[in-house]
Design a protein around this ligand. Structure first.
Ligand code: SF4
Ligand code: SF4
Length: 225
């Protein structure tokens, strides 16, 4: 069997997910090769795969990632029909240095020099104030601890998360109206809504006329709070 020593451009890494952006990628944004709509914010505290520990951990620092195609994480710039990157000449640093056969360089970069929303939304942009305010009002909760408790979460905890989820949604709706944001712009500005972060942890959501209702398949009785 021959030892791999160059990229076969198979696209497997692109299908697994777009890269996080680093300070070296700032010119791609400033020169218009990457727009806000093509980025999704992973806020501090969200659970994500940590390539260094190879486990799911809360992210320590906010990061901006290239969005996925529809409901997947496959990079939005990956063209499966042509097995290629549609922004190859302007791809981010992490894509340039990724070698699936030798991960030392990419692991060395992981978690360092990450770009955040405030690095690219300038002082004179009124969205900046909303982004800061949203982060102050709705920081990502301790998802790891919520995930550990899982189906043993008390009704009180679920109600609290439900309240925050609905307030988070209401805040987003106001901002969407005020700034005429698309869904992708919203995901860049505020990251994913809280209820979406809870779903992979086993929470169920139901839309009602009075807002989102959160549940869990096996809710602990109120007596065991
Ligand atoms: S780095 Fe590896 S997985 Fe990614 S396109 Fe090249 S050969 Fe495929
Ligand atoms: S930007 Fe291009 S090289 Fe990087 S993950 Fe997306 S499709 Fe692949």
């Amino acid at each position: 069997m021959t030892h791999q020593n160059e990229c076969k451009r198979c696209g497997t890494c692109c299908e697994k997910g777009g890269p996080a952006l680093h300070t070296q990628d700032l010119p791609l944004i400033e020169n218009g090769f990457l727009s806000f709509e093509k980025l999704i914010t992973i806020r501090k505290g969200e659970l994500a795969h940590d390539p260094v520990s190879n486990s799911i951990e809360p992210v320590k620092t906010e990061l901006l990632k290239i969005s996925g195609i529809k409901d997947s994480w496959a990079c939005i710039f990956y063209d499966k029909t042509r097995n290629g990157c549609t922004i190859y000449d302007h791809r981010p640093l992490a894509c340039k240095i990724l070698k699936c056969w030798d991960t030392d360089e990419i692991l060395e970069l992981a978690g360092k020099d990450l770009l955040s929303r405030l690095d690219i939304v300038k002082e004179d942009n009124p969205l900046r104030e909303r982004i800061i305010e949203h982060e102050e009002l709705f920081p990502c909760p301790d998802l790891k601890s919520i995930s550990r408790t899982g189906s043993r979460s008390s009704k009180k905890t679920i109600k609290k998360l439900e309240r925050i989820s609905n307030k988070d949604l209401a805040y987003r709706i106001r901002a969407i109206d005020e700034f005429n944001l698309s869904v992708s712009q919203e995901l860049f500005c505020f990251g994913r809504p809280l209820f979406q972060l809870l779903t992979p942890l086993g929470f169920t959501t139901r839309e009602t006329s009075s807002g989102i209702k959160l549940g869990f398949s096996h809710v602990r009785s109120s007596s065991s709070k």
